[in-house]
Design a protein around this ligand. Structure first.
Ligand SMILES: [Zn+2]
Ligand SMILES: [Zn+2]
Length: 396
């Protein structure tokens, strides 16, 4: 059976996938600067014997693995390749060699897993019908997102995939398990950059000033009404301000206050309305108190919707591969992910690969200096991805 063949290949190539992951982990590159990573991916694909590489979005690749009857159906598998500006705190043999840059979101694992899946799929290509498109993308971590550039550069054309599957590590799920969710899964995320302008001066003479600190404080409190009053209680939303910069002193009121925050939700219509509402409230409060406001909303990724049917089929295929007990249901996750761009174009399924191992102390969240993965999970990372693609082609 093809499933068992894929399993045995995943076992056979596990060590190689781990070595590739370690190489990538020790040579992390920031978003849109994945030049060495792209070279590495290219050399590995060529080593496997996969031709038809197309360079996309400068540091990205697409490539095809054609089975029998290649035009029948096309399924895309996607991995992201970029790292984060974090100083790694793990003392491991494969520790980051690029100071201040770290694979703290597991994109090294995604890239190594997809290379492993490619090797497996290339070896069994006479045993399935259809085509598998590999997508290695840059810049997942930084807006506007490498996925949007890949799409602009034609990654979803010639041939256009019928569906796309993406995998992401999850440190809250034990290694050995994976998680799926049909429908809405992750949030849209917009960055807010606000400047409240007033008139600074001596803190002892407030009557001669327009105090931007007090105005900004009122504005921050008032803006929470967007969540508590304007938003439907049926649509999750979150508004958080993480940076407030008022560079005065005990007796100095500054001229302006700079504020940064994030707005996240799961509904595009409400997202647009919320933007208007935030601008309206901010303007009303600030101008009402005599100040001026510059309220910039930088739109980030859209919300991520998993196609219910594709995801149901993938979940079923994962159960066949891993057993019922190792496939769990995921809850909504208010982080954002640029895979959302693909899933707005074609049917998408974004699932989670468990990488936690409490016994070894591998428990840190993504985007932290102590993030790491249980590497045993990479056998599933490569094998399951290969199987999901083949299973979806078979269910055509
Ligand atoms: Zn991340
Ligand atoms: Zn990530």
């Amino acid at each position: 059976m093809l499933k068992d063949k894929i399993k045995s290949l995943a076992k056979a190539y596990k060590e190689e996938v781990i070595q590739n992951r370690r190489h990538l982990h020790s040579h992390p590159e920031l978003s849109y600067q994945e030049f060495e990573t792209a070279k590495f991916v290219k050399s590995k694909l060529e080593e496997i014997g996969i031709e038809s590489l197309e360079q996309k979005a400068t540091t990205g690749w697409t490539a095809l693995i054609k089975g029998k009857n290649p035009d029948k159906k096309v399924i895309a598998l996607r991995a992201d390749m970029d790292a984060l500006p974090i100083i790694e705190a793990n003392e491991v043999s494969y520790k980051s060699q690029n100071p201040g840059v770290m694979h703290a979101c597991g994109h090294d694992a995604h890239t190594a897993s997809l290379l492993g899946a490619a090797k497996i799929l290339n070896e069994v290509k006479d045993q399935f019908e259809g085509t598998i498109k590999l997508i290695f993308q840059p810049g997942e971590e930084v807006a506007p997102g490498g996925a949007s550039y890949m799409i602009k550069d034609g990654a979803l054309n010639n041939p256009r995939p019928n569906g796309i599957i993406g995998q992401h590590v999850m440190p809250f799920i034990p290694a050995g398990k994976v998680g799926f969710r049909q429908g809405i899964y992750m949030a849209s995320a917009d960055e807010l950059y606000v400047t409240v302008k007033g008139k600074g001066g001596h803190g002892a003479m407030p009557e001669t000033l327009i105090d931007p600190v007090l105005i900004a404080s009122h504005m921050i409190v008032a803006l929470q009404q967007v969540i508590s009053r304007a938003a439907s209680p049926k649509i999750p939303s979150v508004l958080s301000f993480g940076r407030v910069e008022a560079l005065g002193a005990t007796n100095v009121i500054p001229n302006e206050v700079k504020i940064q925050g994030t707005f996240r939700t799961l509904n595009e219509e409400w997202r647009a309305k919320a933007h208007q509402k935030m601008l309206q409230i901010a303007k009303g409060i600030v101008e009402g108190m005599g100040g001026e406001v510059d309220f910039e909303i930088r739109k980030g990724y859209p919300f991520l919707q998993n196609d219910p049917e594709l995801t149901a089929r993938a979940t079923e295929a994962a159960r066949e591969y891993l057993g019922e007990e190792n496939v769990i249901d995921l809850d909504i996750w208010m982080a954002a992910e640029d895979f959302a761009y693909y899933s707005q174009e074609i049917d998408g399924c974004f699932y989670r690969l468990g990488t936690r191992n409490e016994a070894k102390g591998i428990v840190s969240g993504v985007h932290t200096p102590t993030f790491d993965i249980e590497e045993d999970a990479l056998e599933i990372g490569a094998g399951l991805m290969a199987w999901l693609a083949v299973a979806e082609l078979q269910k055509a």
